[in-house]
Design a protein around this ligand. Structure first.
Ligand SMILES: NC(=O)c1ccc[n+]([C@@H]2O[C@H](COP(=O)([O-])OP(=O)(O)OC[C@H]3O[C@@H](n4cnc5c(N)ncnc54)[C@H](OP(=O)(O)O)[C@@H]3O)[C@@H](O)[C@H]2O)c1
Length: 238
């Protein structure tokens, strides 16, 4: 059972881990707000859930735009209190540092790092006023293990880890829980069709990950799940 009826906001819910998390949260009876840039994919997800008599609140948002984040947060809060933010929106390029365009570098940093900071900044006053909340960040094992073709991605996730670890100490007094989920390879559209076809057995499923995300949120009372690392039993992809 969900601990209360206030809302959950999930960014990047049109695909992969965010989509699976939206379904899993909706099944607990939460009031789920979903964002991403592709509204048609959010509508498709909502239609899938309608078949289970569940419903999502669709609020398109490009988290790389600070003004868009602020507008969307205002709109969501006009409808409901929020108890949880899931910072999931993210992307990577799988290119060597020398091959990344400036546009790709900006997109990855602006979405993965700044986008998450924008959503947190926009919601902190609300959580403080409410007497608490939960901020769940979907990071990656790149924060602690070195991979090539991941320079900017690693910088974005390691930056968010540093930001949120510091934030956690600042907001304890407000009963705000900061949860960092650190997954290894997960089978989602982030990976090319070829990799997914060849290596799906060596990857976690987004649905399995989503169950862990929701259970971290559901921890009761004064427990905060500060950090969870999740890997396929076979270890990281080679
Ligand atoms: N798959 C893995 O192996 C893995 C491992 C560790 C961590 N992660 C992390 O898990 C998170 C989800 O990734 P995924 O694997 O589920 O990939 P995915 O299937 O490609 O999903 C990425 C989601 O982020 C959204 N998004 C991208 N840019 C956005 C923006 N500027 N504003 C709002 N939404 C944006 C996309 O929606 P739109 O395109 O519609 O905007 C999509 O819903 C990411 O943060 C990723 O770094 C993934």
């Amino acid at each position: 059972m969900v601990k209360n009826k206030t809302g959950i906001w999930i960014t990047g819910a049109s695909s992969g881990i965010g989509k699976a998390a939206a379904k899993e949260f909706a099944r607990t009876g939460s009031n789920v707000f979903v964002s991403s840039r592709r509204v048609t994919e959010l509508e498709r997800l909502n239609n899938e859930l309608n078949d289970e008599n569940l419903n999502l609140n669709i609020f398109p948002c490009n988290v790389a735009s600070q003004s868009n984040v602020d507008q969307v947060v205002k709109k969501i809060l006009a409808e409901s209190k929020l108890d949880c933010l899931v910072n999931n929106a993210g992307l990577t390029s799988f290119k060597l540092a020398a091959e990344n365009s400036i546009q790709e570098i900006n997109d990855i940093i602006n979405t993965n790092l700044l986008g998450s900071i924008y959503t947190i900044k926009a919601l902190l006053p609300h959580f403080i006023q409410n007497g608490g909340g939960t901020i769940i960040n979907i990071l990656s094992v790149v924060v602690s293990k070195i991979f090539t073709r991941s320079t900017v991605y690693s910088a974005s996730k390691a930056g968010l880890l540093a930001y949120t670890n510091s934030l956690r100490e600042e907001v304890r007094e407000h009963n705000i829980k900061v949860v960092n989920i650190i997954p290894g390879a997960t089978e989602t559209p982030m990976w090319s069709q070829e990799v997914r076809k060849e290596k799906s057995d060596l990857m976690m499923s987004a649905d399995d990950l989503a169950r862990v995300i929701v259970s971290a949120y559901l921890q009761k009372n004064n427990i905060v799940t500060e950090e969870i690392t999740l890997r396929p039993i076979t270890g990281d992809l080679k």
